[in-house]
Design a protein around this ligand. Structure first.
Ligand code: GDP
Length: 246
């Protein structure tokens, strides 16, 4: 069960309970029917709030997550505990990946519940004035869903560790919400006014993740440039407006 910042803030209890049930049902059932590999999906928003940067895979449990999404964060952290325990007891190689903020075609473009990029794309497409929530200053590393899909297949086929791996663009590719909004505005050739609604939450200021471990395994992997990936996502949304999840 996933959602953007604002859905997390409204539903910490539901995020905690649903994800805990999903974790236990999926992993225990996989074990019982003898599935040899499971790749679960965590997120960089489960990392400690007070930390040093960049954050790496060894730091997941080093302190409380940001208050806004503690239900989701603690439930997702428990997958790492599950994986360790299945390995210890049954030698299962169940593992987890930690993607940064994902976007792309077929995303959830719901404005209230979705993540920032699909929300901004939907709002920009519809509005005369674009209301970006928060100050625009927080920083995020965005990953295009098709790049993430390629990395997922590599993890499934080649990655042999139980310990999780961060799937992210580099630290140098971190962008502010404001920069991201500007890329969406250009891709959709939006001519209206852009305003920042600072009565809305900023969430975690940043959660800069290190992709050093990924780069050790896959030094040559190339990510789709951010403006190109945004353009493809916007084109998909415009072409599929009737069927898009929103
Ligand atoms: P997060 O990365 O887990 O915090 O989740 P989001 O993908 O929801 O990103 C939240 C960040 O984007 C916060 O800094 C928000 O203030 C900002 N933001 C700006 N406009 C929007 C919007 O329309 N929807 C969402 N979800 N966030 C927005």
């Amino acid at each position: 069960m996933v959602g953007g910042l604002f859905k997390n803030m409204r539903q910490n209890l539901d995020f905690w309970r649903s994800n805990m049930y999903i974790n236990d049902n999926v992993l225990q059932t996989a074990h019982e029917v003898d599935v040899v590999k499971v790749v679960s999906c965590l997120s960089t928003c489960i990392f400690p709030d007070k930390t040093t940067y960049p954050i790496d895979e060894t730091m997941i449990h080093n302190g409380p997550p940001h208050d806004s999404n503690f239900g989701y964060a603690y439930a997702k952290r428990m997958i790492d505990v599950h994986n360790r325990a299945y390995f210890e007891k049954y030698d299962r190689r169940y593992t987890a990946v930690i993607p940064t903020n994902v976007f792309g075609p077929h995303d959830n473009f719901n404005i209230e519940d979705g993540h920032v990029l699909p929300g901004l794309i939907h709002k920009t497409y519809k509005a005369q004035t674009l209301h970006v929530w928060g100050s625009g200053r927080p920083l995020r590393q965005f990953i295009y869903s098709l790049d993430l899909a390629r990395l997922f297949l590599w993890v499934l086929r080649e990655y042999d560790e139980v310990d999780p791996i961060i799937l992210s663009v580099g630290e140098e590719d971190e962008v502010s919400i404001k920069e991201a909004a500007n890329v969406v505005v250009q891709a959709l050739e939006f001519k209206g006014e852009v305003v920042y609604d600072t009565s809305k939450a900023d969430g975690q200021f940043k959660k800069t993740a290190s992709n050093t471990k990924l780069r050790k395994y896959l030094p040559e992997f190339t990510f789709t440039p951010f403006p190109e990936a945004i353009k493809k996502t916007c084109d998909w949304f415009v072409d599929n407006y009737d069927i898009a999840r929103k």
